[in-house]
Design a protein around this ligand. Structure first.
Ligand code: ATP
Length: 257
């Protein structure tokens, strides 16, 4: 993987590219806790030995078979708004991929879907340095191809970009393009909050008007019709008991059986 090619495609970032690391998010979190980076930083890896999802869940990828990168973005806004930042990143990534020809949709709060199967995920984490300066670290994993072993490990229906983009653009231009779109969405979110991104999320929301279950650590905690998200990125659920407003927390959304 060429650092120079990523840097050409993502001039807004300082760029690092490595063959292998544990987790690009862990790397950038450690760095941003020591000191907030002066400029946005992008770190890409061909392979991760300890890729993470939310709440300690694993992220699987065969070597070279996925786009694996993290962004460290210095934040201005005082409030954390970490949950909605995750949605903003998904909007930026999905819109860019759609423009590139992949009909990607979003599952609340942090998944990229292709044909209702999981294509990728976004993991946002916050680092604060000794001076109280905050950096948002955004990890993005997107499957390019899926071998049988990786599919088995994932344990839910998964998809790969190669299914819809048979002549995949260079890995470096994909990473750079997506990173730029995510940064634009995050800047908008940092300046104006989630409100301007809400209609963009709604246009991409895969489960809109569908009956869904919300699971917390595998247990169903709510069921209802997914109406969409509010101006803070919270899920609006029309349940038998009335409207329920759900913050993402530990929640995972599933289509109701
Ligand atoms: P869920 O996706 O189950 O609703 P979640 O959004 O909290 O839950 P994440 O934190 O995004 O999950 O990612 C971890 C989960 O993603 C794993 O438990 C696994 O089911 C799935 N997963 C792991 N690797 C991949 C991959 N390469 N492609 C698609 N899905 C994956």
């Amino acid at each position: 993987m060429s650092r120079e090619l990523i840097a050409q495609a993502a001039p807004q970032f300082d760029v690092e590219a490595v063959q292998e690391t544990g987790s690009t998010n862990t790397d950038l979190l450690q760095r941003a806790r020591q000191m907030q980076p002066a400029r946005p930083l992008l770190r890409a890896a061909l392979r991760q030995t300890a890729g993470r999802g939310r709440y300690g869940r694993r992220w699987f990828a065969g070597a070279g078979e996925a786009l694996l990168f993290s962004l460290a973005v210095p934040m201005q806004a005082a409030g954390a708004r970490l949950a909605a930042a995750t949605l903003a990143c998904g909007v930026g990534a999905a819109e860019w991929l759609r423009a590139a020809g992949a009909p990607v949709a979003l599952k609340w709060p942090n998944d990229l879907l292709l044909d209702s199967r999981k294509l990728g995920g976004v993991l946002c984490e916050l680092a604060t340095d000794d001076g109280g300066r905050r950096t948002l670290v955004v990890g993005i994993g997107i499957n390019l191809h899926l071998d049988a072993a990786t599919r088995d490990s994932i344990g839910q229906p998964a998809a790969a970009l190669g299914e819809v983009l048979p002549t995949l653009e260079q890995r470096e231009s994909l990473i750079g393009g997506i990173a730029g779109a995510v940064l634009d969405a995050l800047r908008l979110h940092d300046e104006q909050g989630f409100v301007p991104l809400q209609p963009r999320f709604m246009a991409l929301f895969a489960q809109r008007d569908m009956q869904v279950d919300l699971l917390e650590l595998g247990t169903r905690v709510a069921s209802g019709r997914a109406l969409g998200v509010d101006g803070e990125g919270r899920l609006l659920l029309d349940t038998a008991q009335g409207l329920r407003i759900c913050s993402s927390g530990e929640l995972s959304l599933r289509l109701a059986r």
